[in-house]
Write a protein that binds this ligand. Structure first.
Ligand SMILES: *[C@@H]1O[C@H](CO)[C@@H](O)[C@H](O)[C@H]1NC(C)=O
Ligand SMILES: *[C@@H]1O[C@H](CO)[C@@H](O)[C@H](O)[C@H]1NC(C)=O
Ligand SMILES: *[C@@H]1O[C@H](CO)[C@@H](O)[C@H](O)[C@H]1NC(C)=O
Ligand SMILES: *[C@@H]1O[C@H](CO)[C@@H](O)[C@H](O)[C@H]1NC(C)=O
Ligand SMILES: *[C@@H]1O[C@H](CO)[C@@H](O)[C@H](O)[C@H]1NC(C)=O
Length: 936
């Protein structure tokens, strides 16, 4: 957009966007408006539209544009115009009235807040605003701007740099007494009629909360605060006072108290405030009961949040100061929380889950049974309550469907139970649930829930348990077919979770297996049976060889049982693990049978030219996934020296089919990826013994890659390198393969945005190179493609995105590492020299690229990978790396009067000093984090 558009055109576009029913027109308008927002003309257009106030929509567009420009494109403005932008915004702000739409007000407040953050010359802006606007009769906009300012600082959504952030925080701290005074004044003015003034009171409390949250408010004397007292007054809600409930108010009050509790966790010297909050929150018990009696779910949830937050902030004390017969007095909060867990609605109980995790975490760290025992009664009550929440509706006829909210809740319960079970002991939890089943008059839904809880701890039941588990297993394998399907379903899954117990009691193995095989074919139970079978096959593989024939027979019919593909793949995995531990001479025929079950249908699809339909038997992917599962899990160990690998004959048989599939489906990336995956596990399975396939395989992947550039072929290449590059007979061929991969790869990556558009290729290509360096360093370091590869890696590392990631960093690490590892090996001197030459040429560039990437582009989670590279460099030669770092840091912006987002030269100096002393990846990561903070 070269010229500033006419305002009429803008207004027309906005109207079209909001009102024109024609979707095409709407899209065109939206696209054009986005383009306008991206151009520098947006500043003036927004300002003028705000002045003209033509209609609601154009004002909203203008306010939102103004905000996003200040938020994201503030650098477009020269420093001289900051002042006039501020004055203009203040004028718009001044014109807000009770009739102004609230979304417009919010956008203007955000715009102003983001301006304050980025305009160091406007000091004490908060006081300025209060002076200008606190005498107005409509106080809402002022409260709103005072709320969003700390929120914007805290959310870090505007890039400010640590120096500026600290400066703003100090400024807010200095202004906070005046702000509190103003908010207190609002409260006293409006609290007389809470309901009528609920909006402004709620906003005032929220404003206070945002100042507490950013820690701009001193916590001393908060208990005298009119605002906090008002919050408790709102929450203290009893029937006889005949008040009306107001969501806005109670929500704001709850947030306020919870935020105070959280800020206590960071300032644990506030005894007075702590006691004040404790006493007042405990008082709320009767209000909670009242909300339950009134079926006011929202409020019940708010009280539950308060009790839970209170417990979390007292948790350290409760755990560390409790002793037998002398629990810390605050432990009674746990009773309140358990009271909420007992609420009939599971959504209330769910609010407390995090607390129980934290408690179990602390007790686990202490690993002191005497202390854990103190909390046993609480956890027992928790488990009992959770078991009740897990009961399905009595009139439900089937099982819970995937994606059902209640099913998701039960999964969370199951995870929680696993975490806390050690406090009561898994075995005793299991027994307790079983005892509950013995009560007279137990309904199916109670039974099912108890079995569900037992399933959660089944894996951890001691193998010495001989009272309950045998009865449970006995009962399950004799379960009548008339029992509710959900009970049978959960029972079957429970059996699978008992796999470890079953492993050490092999006498039950046969009946259990027979039961599960039978269950596989029963309507509704197939998936559960497949899951249980998979568990048992994997755990008891040593003792199941004799069952292989029947299992194989079963697998032949597997598609008639209506089980999901995923469960079928799991079952193939289970059976494969059994086959892997059979006597060597029995492996080959069993493995052949298993593989042919997949390869024969594939052959048919290819030869008959059947066109694939996703998710059906005509989809090759289905067969590849099963084949992969087999090849991956038949891992045969202990093959005597000189023996043929039992999988080798099978692989030589199936490879020609895979090879045909490569040619047949080469256009279809989805199928190619899965076929490559099968080939990958095929190579891993019998690695060193299948040289026969190498030549055709390499020839084929190089040929297809040069046409289609599917990155999965690079991946297969990296497996080949991993398995064969140490073999002198293969290395020449593999280097040729690398050379042939390079041309098509670089062609693609050198297109515009090539690196960004093909992250998988970057990933797979550098994984391939990394493996080469590790397996055959000398050949790789001497290969003629080395320099272009390094140049490409440098580009990838500096790219403004995540793709420049793990593989590339790992490549650099491996490269440098070859210059300093294996010092006793004969080739060391030469290797060291080759790496030194590379670093002499590229070291500075690498260091500068990495520093800039960290500061400007990379996501935090990638820092450890970058740190590894720096550690390698420092280890290689600390002196030269120090120099490179100095130069690299020198390329970064430095703080002066204009730019706010930068470190000072002294700070950079200090960082350099710590940097060059670092010896571990962790310590480098800390330095990098400190550095980045100054720039974001
Ligand atoms: C509020 O005070 C400002 C500055 O003191 C003054 O310009 C403005 O007229 C006052 N507004 C009202 C509504 O009193
Ligand atoms: C637990 O209590 C027992 C008996 O009071 C005591 O002998 C033991 O040392 C305590 N264990 C720990 C880890 O404190
Ligand atoms: C396998 O099971 C049999 C009987 O079922 C048992 O005697 C044997 O000890 C078990 N072997 C192993 C290795 O568990
Ligand atoms: C690199 O980043 C891309 C995109 O974020 C991601 O898909 C890929 O898995 C990453 N590679 C590695 C090795 O983490
Ligand atoms: C580091 O590199 C410098 C410059 O190339 C060299 O003088 C010095 O000896 C090297 N130090 C080590 C420990 O190799």
């Amino acid at each position: 957009m070269d010229q500033k558009p006419n305002l009429d055109v803008v207004v027309l576009a906005v109207t079209t966007l909001y009102q024109n029913p024609d979707r095409k027109e709407k899209e065109r308008a939206s696209k054009w408006l986005l383009e306008l927002q991206g151009s520098v003309h947006a500043w003036t257009v927004a300002d003028e539209l705000l002045h003209q106030k033509r209609d609601l929509e154009s004002c909203y567009f203008a306010a939102q544009t103004m905000r996003s420009k200040i938020h994201q494109s503030f650098h477009e403005l020269p420093i001289e115009v900051y002042g006039s932008l501020r004055d203009s915004l203040l004028e718009h702000f001044n014109q807000i009235t009770e009739d102004t739409s609230r979304i417009i007000t919010t956008q203007l407040c955000l715009a102003l807040a983001d301006l304050i953050l980025q305009m160091p010359s406007w000091q004490r802006a908060t006081l300025d605003l209060i002076n200008r606007f606190s005498n107005q009769s409509y106080i809402y906009p002022l409260v709103e701007i005072l709320t969003v300012l700390p929120e914007e600082l805290e959310s870090r959504s505007v890039r400010l740099g640590e120096n500026r952030r600290q400066e703003v925080l100090e400024d807010l701290k200095e202004c906070s007494p005046t702000v509190i005074e103003f908010l207190t004044h609002c409260c006293t003015t409006y609290a007389g009629n809470l309901l009528k003034n609920s909006l402004i009171i709620a906003r005032t409390i929220r404003c206070f909360t945002s100042w507490v949250s950013v820690e701009a408010v001193s916590l001393n004397r908060i208990s005298d605060s009119v605002i906090v007292n008002l919050a408790f007054q709102i929450l203290d809600f009893r029937p006889h006072e005949g008040k009306e409930s107001n969501i806005q108010l109670s929500d704001a009050a709850t947030d306020c108290i919870c935020t105070l509790l959280r800020s206590l966790e960071n300032n644990n010297n506030q005894i007075e405030l702590e006691n004040y909050l404790f006493n007042n929150i405990l008082q709320l018990e009767s209000s909670y009961h009242y909300s339950v009696a009134n079926e006011d779910q929202t409020r019940s949830m708010e009280y539950c949040r308060l009790f839970t937050e209170l417990a979390e902030s007292f948790l350290d004390k409760i755990v560390s100061s409790s002793a037998p017969n002398n629990m810390h007095h605050s432990v009674k909060i746990l009773d309140l929380v358990l009271m909420c867990v007992g609420h009939h609605d599971y959504e209330v109980a769910e609010i407390t889950f995090n607390l129980w995790y934290l408690l179990s975490e602390q007790l686990y760290q202490l690993s002191n049974n005497n202390i854990s025992d103190l909390f046993r009664p609480y956890i027992e009550r928790l488990i009992t309550a959770l078991c009740r929440h897990c009961q399905m509706e009595p009139d439900c006829e089937g099982i819970l469907e995937d994606g059902d909210e209640f099913k998701d809740f039960r999964i969370k319960v199951s995870e929680l139970i696993r975490d806390v079970a050690f406090i009561v002991g898994s075995t005793s939890c299991f027994r307790q649930m079983f005892l509950n089943l013995q009560n007279a008059g137990v309904t199916w839904d109670q039974t099912e829930a108890a079995l569900y809880i037992m399933r959660a701890v089944g894996k951890y039941v001691l193998s010495s348990e001989n009272e309950v588990v045998p009865n449970v297993i006995e009962a399950i394998i004799n379960i009548p077919e008339t029992t509710h399907i959900a009970v049978r379903y959960t029972s079957v899954l429970l059996l699978g979770e008992l796999c470890e117990w079953i492993e050490s009691h092999s006498q039950v193995l046969d009946p259990v297996l027979n039961f599960l095989i039978h269950a596989l074919a029963q309507p509704g139970l197939g998936a559960a049976a497949a899951n249980a079978l998979q568990n048992i096959c994997a755990t008891c593989s040593d003792n199941l060889s004799r069952h292989v024939p029947i299992l194989l027979q079963l697998l032949h019919q597997i598609d008639t049982f209506g089980i999901s593909d995923e469960a079928v793949v799991g079952l193939f995995k289970g059976v494969s693990t059994i086959i892997a531990v059979m006597p060597l001479n029995e492996i080959t025929p069993a493995m052949r049978e298993l593989c042919l079950m997949q390869v024969n249908p594939l052959c048919h699809l290819i030869d008959q030219n059947v066109s694939p339909t996703k998710g059906t038997k005509t989809d090759p992917v289905m067969w590849f996934d099963r084949l992969s599962s087999i090849l991956r899990h038949v891992i045969v160990n202990n093959i005597p020296e000189g023996e043929v690998h039992p999988c080798k004959p099978v692989i030589l048989e199936i490879w020609p089919v895979l090879s045909k599939a490569f040619d047949k489906y080469q256009n279809d990336i989805r199928i190619m990826e899965r076929c490559c995956r099968s080939v990958r596990f095929m190579l891993r399975c019998a690695s060193h013994q299948i040289h026969e396939v190498l030549q055709t395989l390499v020839g084929q992947i190089v040929r297809i890659y040069s046409v289609h550039k599917h990155s999965c072929f690079l991946y297969v290449g990296s497996i080949l390198v991993d398995e064969y590059a140490t073999d002198p007979r293969c290395i020449g061929g593999l280097i040729d393969m690398l050379q042939m991969f390079i041309e098509p790869t670089f062609q693609m990556l050198q297109e515009e945005h090539g690196l960004r558009n093909h992250p998988d290729t970057v990933d797979d290509f550098f994984r391939l190179c990394g493996r080469f360096i590790r397996r055959a360093p000398m050949s790789f370091l001497q290969c003629s493609a080395l320099v272009p590869i390094i140049q490409c890696a440098l580009l990838a590392s500096q790219l403004d995105h995540k793709e420049a990631n793990v593989s590339v960093m790992k490549f650099f690490c491996d490269l440098i590492n070859q210059g300093q590892t294996g010092q006793s090996q004969p080739d060391y001197a030469e290797r060291h020299k080759l790496v030194k030459d590379i670093l002499d040429q590229f070291g500075q560039q690498l260091v500068t690229s990495l520093l800039q990437a960290c500061v400007f582009y990379l996501q935090m989670y990638l820092l450890p990978e970058v740190s590894d590279v720096f550690v390698q460099l420092l280890d290689f030669n600390r002196t030269t790396t120090s120099k490179w770092l100095m130069n690299g840091l020198d390329t970064l912006p430095k703080r002066n009067n204009g730019g706010i987002m930068a470190a000072t030269p002294e700070q950079l100096n200090d960082l350099h000093v710590t940097f060059i002393r670092a010896t571990s990846s962790r310590s480098v990561t800390y330095v990098l984090k400190d550095l980045i903070r100054y720039y974001r």
